[in-house]
Design a protein around this ligand. Structure first.
Ligand code: SF4
Length: 301
């Protein structure tokens, strides 16, 4: 596995609980990196020698503002291109947005703002505009991530079929539970490939606050706090892996078939079937299909 990008899930916590969220971000979530965790991951990323980009995301990364700022400073100092994903809840007006972003000037290569109706359309749009204006003044490149709401009358759309800048919902994480029933349904034997992740040779992966390296959200290849990032990458055998092996050979349909899982008549998309199959397999593959946070089980429940 040759990684060029690592996305740090700085925290599972968020001020919102969006229906489309892959990682079940919520005010009730738990799990936040410490500074020493960030330093360890960045050191390991540097040792790999192939990583170019480091992203800080969550949850909502700016909830831990001193931590994300320090993390960006360290990562930029190590020579990485650095990005941050945020919902811009903090951009209450143009001047305050500038105040929050000024320390990132010159070291942040991309601020990605997630803005859509799931955040409350009016507030979200206004805050994104304040963040954009501040970024322009500070010469910080800014991008916008927007998820289109599912339309029950239309099959899941490819990005190119949606308004510019919008992506279709992928029915994984909380979206599999909250939104999948609103989408047109298809039989499970249609889902014979993983459409969104390169499970054989992923260029980028996510590492969560517990150190878990996720090849897709909730499929952990191990914790970089227990096994080195280098060793995890070296040892990964995609075809022999009990979860990615079936997904590569026949998609979520094969994952369910190989494990004798009963299937319903229809699913919203491949991720919906994959998430339901993985949820049913968690007790069999407890070391892989984890942590609880990625399956909507909060520690305080
Ligand atoms: S099919 Fe499964 S592994 Fe592939 S992107 Fe969807 S949830 Fe992830």
């Amino acid at each position: 596995m040759k990684l060029s990008g690592i996305h740090l899930l700085l925290t599972y916590q968020c001020i919102f609980e969006c229906d489309h969220c892959f990682v079940w971000g919520s005010p009730s979530q738990s799990g936040t990196m410490r500074l020493r965790d960030i330093e360890s991951i960045l050191r390991q990323a540097r040792e790999l020698g192939t990583v170019e980009w480091i992203y800080f995301e969550g949850g909502e990364s700016f909830l831990y503002y001193p931590l994300v700022l320090k993390g960006v400073q360290i990562a930029a100092g190590l020579g990485f291109a650095v990005g941050v994903v945020s919902n811009a809840y903090w951009a209450t007006d143009a001047e305050d947005a500038y105040l929050w972003l000024e320390p990132f000037a010159g070291i942040l290569r991309q601020l990605s703002i997630s803005v859509d109706a799931y955040h409350g359309e009016d507030d979200s749009t206004r805050q994104a505009e304040h963040a954009r204006a501040a970024c322009e003044r500070l010469k910080i490149p800014i991008g916008v991530i927007s998820i289109a709401q599912p339309d029950p009358a239309v099959a899941p759309a490819a990005t190119g079929e949606l308004p510019a800048g919008e992506s279709a919902v992928m029915y994984r994480g909380r979206a599999a539970e909250k939104l999948a029933s609103q989408a047109p349904q298809q039989p499970p034997d249609r889902f014979t490939t993983c459409p969104h992740e390169d499970l054989r040779e992923p260029g980028r992966v996510h590492i969560d606050a517990l150190g878990n390296l996720h090849i897709c959200h909730g499929i952990s290849l191990g914790s970089v706090f227990q096994t080195s990032l280098h060793e995890i990458c070296e040892k990964y055998d995609p075809d022999a892996h009990p979860i990615t092996g079936p997904l590569l050979s026949g998609g979520p349909a094969e994952l369910a078939r190989r494990n004798d899982l009963p299937l319903r008549g229809s699913y919203a998309d491949a991720c919906h079937l994959c998430c339901e199959a993985r949820r049913a397999l968690r007790s069999r593959f407890a070391e892989i299909l984890m942590p609880d946070q990625m399956y909507g089980i909060f520690n305080n429940q």
